[in-house]
Design a binder for this molecule. Structure first.
Ligand code: CAA
Length: 258
């Protein structure tokens, strides 16, 4: 385990685990914390020994938002010049699949960080919300866009305009989270799910992630074109040859890039 004070990183087989570690502030996301999360995720991304990343918090709080105390006195110009929150755009560009294991509060930037991950597995006590409106601001780490794409306009608009918190059951019903599990088995479940991904070909999971994400960026025709080029690119990998040969030989695939 490596301690960077604001986060902990560990390797579980081929899964890189990032644990937010600021319990005294319910994992409020300071700028320094964002930099540490990004550095850890980028290091895992470049590591051929890592095939998937899990990001998690504590049983009480995944993260209670961006750090309000750090932001409160900032001017608009200071935020503009420093490009505040841009660290999270860089995190969204990490190509290795990332699973968020969310228990407790996932509010504001916490909900947005969870949505930057490729999918969310939630503990039964998870609470999602974008309460920024109560602070006189709006979401700043992608929430107005990713929440709307995840759960649709009506519910996203209601949550962003009123600050209403959504529980785990509703989050699953609306498609915000992939699955709800007991809090006690959340991390184990997320690590096991990530291990399944990490057992695939890393370049191919990266290509798959890019193709699915294209659905949020472009038209259907262009998205299908991206998908078609991407599957053709898979045929340039030795892992495609191995995967299909293993099927025909009736044996498990031994991917080279995992
Ligand atoms: N920033 C800074 N500190 C925070 C914080 C945040 N987002 N959330 C909690 N904390 C701190 C509290 O100030 C408190 O510190 P002190 O003990 O020094 O006072 C400590 O964490 C524990 O919090 P509470 O005592 O409030 O705990 P609680 O269990 O009573 O309440 C809570 C929990 C409902 C999550 C409450 O802490 C809360 O409402 N937090 C703020 C949620 C929020 O508004 N998030 C959005 C932030 S803005 C944002 O994220 C912008 C963006 O889009 C990027």
């Amino acid at each position: 385990m490596t301690e960077n004070s604001l986060i902990l990183t560990e390797q579980h087989g081929r899964v890189g685990l990032i644990t937010l570690n600021r319990p005294e502030a319910l994992n409020a996301l300071s700028d320094a914390m964002g930099q540490q999360i990004l550095a850890a995720a980028q290091a895992f991304d470049k590591d051929p020994g890592i095939g998937a990343i899990v990001i998690t918090g504590s049983a009480k709080a995944f993260a209670a938002g961006a750090d309000i105390k750090e932001m409160a006195a900032k001017s608009s110009v200071q935020m503009y010049i420093s490009d505040w929150f841009s660290v999270w755009d860089a995190l969204a560009r990490v190509r290795t699949p990332m699973v968020a294991a969310v228990a407790g509060h996932a509010l504001g930037g916490g909900c947005e960080l969870a949505m930057i991950a490729d999918f969310i597995i939630a503990g039964e006590n998870a609470k999602f919300g974008q309460p920024e409106i109560k602070l006189g601001v709006i979401p700043g780490m992608g929430g107005s866009q990713r929440l709307t794409r995840a759960i649709g306009k009506a519910k996203a608009m209601e949550m962003v305009l009123t600050g209403r918190i959504m529980g785990a059951v509703e989050a699953e019903q609306t498609g915000l989270v992939a699955r709800v599990v007991p809090v006690e088995s959340l991390l184990e479940d997320a690590l096991a799910t990530a291990a399944v991904i990490a057992g695939m070909s890393k370049p191919v999971t990266m290509i798959a992630k890019e193709a699915v994400n294209a659905a949020f960026e472009t038209t259907l025709a262009e998205g299908v074109r991206i998908e078609r080029r991407s599957i053709f690119a898979c045929f340039a990998t030795d892992d495609q040859k191995e995967g299909m040969a293993a099927f025909m030989d009736k044996r498990p695939a031994e991917f080279k890039h995992r």
